[in-house]
Write a protein that binds this ligand. Structure first.
Ligand SMILES: [Zn+2]
Length: 306
């Protein structure tokens, strides 16, 4: 198997650490090391794409991904594994098993969090609730109100992880469902303004929960030619979110985009295509006194590139 890896030291944030080479961080106990791994738009791709001459042949699926995640977990003690939604729809696995195979595979890979994409409603909201019950990972949604639906009590609006002394907060923003998903599939789900909810939850995480790093897990899409809310719009309209992990537009980014937020700080937007063809990876290094922080990214292709 041939794997091509892209290594980019995309951004050196903050002050004191700016001149320290990356390799020093990885081994030195003076630093906290956390690795964020992420996927999006898996679209029921359990097996790799068939060897049919198509551009994605031999790529994607869960086996290569699970092996790569396992390999990284062996080298890195503090790993968070996140998915940005659209787990369902795209292969007969979904049509036959309603999402159970996907959810069980993600549970086996020890995902920590997943948010909800528009296609996750494709089997109806009751089906989504039934499948979530089988997951070992948490479902997150900050701008859908599920109070009057079967999903009530099955999702959280945000979650905080403590890793190597660093508090990492995650909230999740979903896309407007009206016009995109048939009404009867999402039922009485109430969609709330994505920018408003993002601002609300980044404040809760940064101020009330005292998080050192805030992540938005999103399924609104990377960017559009219109005013439509995208990850780039969210990033430039928020002030406390450090990293946007996106989905929906199936955008392959070899390295994260650097966006200036409303406070003038540089933040990252990443998205890794679809179908498990690529695994996103962001390595975070914090000085133990939390004065300095360094971020590195390595998005990896999973499978043979033809
Ligand atoms: Zn999708």
């Amino acid at each position: 198997m041939f794997r091509r890896e892209f290594l980019r030291n995309t951004i050196i944030a903050s002050t004191a650490s700016a001149m320290i080479p990356w390799d020093v961080f990885k081994t030195n106990k003076e630093f906290s090391n956390i690795t964020i791994l992420h996927t999006n738009d898996m679209h029921s791709r359990i097996d790799p794409f068939p060897m049919d001459g198509g551009r994605n042949q031999g790529m994607g699926g869960v086996v290569m991904r699970a092996a790569k995640i396992e390999e990284i977990r062996k080298e890195r003690e503090h790993v968070l594994l996140l998915d940005a939604g659209d787990v369902f729809q795209g292969t007969p696995y979904f049509n036959f098993f309603n999402g159970e195979v996907e959810v069980k595979a993600m549970s086996e890979m020890k995902y920590d969090l997943c948010t909800i994409g528009n296609h996750d409603f494709d089997g109806g909201i009751q089906n989504l609730a039934n499948q979530i019950d089988k997951a070992t990972f948490q479902m997150l949604s900050s701008n859908y109100d599920f109070s009057n639906t079967p999903l009530k009590g099955k999702t959280k609006t945000y979650k905080v992880f403590e890793k190597d002394g660093i508090r990492i907060g995650v909230y999740a923003i979903g896309i407007k469902l009206k016009g995109l998903v048939p009404d009867e599939l999402y039922g009485d789900t109430v969609y709330m303004d994505p920018i408003k909810e993002a601002r609300k939850y980044e404040q809760i995480l940064k101020v009330d929960e005292k998080c050192d790093y805030v992540i938005c897990l999103s399924h609104v899409g990377y960017k559009y030619g219109s005013e439509k809310v995208s990850d780039l719009v969210l990033a430039s309209n928020t002030s406390e979110t450090d990293l946007f992990i996106g989905g929906h537009t199936h955008t392959f980014l070899r390295e994260p985009d650097v966006v200036v937020n409303s406070k003038g700080n540089k933040v990252l937007v990443n998205q890794v295509g679809y179908a498990g063809i690529m695994l996103g990876r962001i390595d975070l290094v914090f000085e133990k006194n939390k004065k300095g922080k360094c971020t590195s990214c390595q998005n990896t292709w999973l499978g043979k590139i033809s």
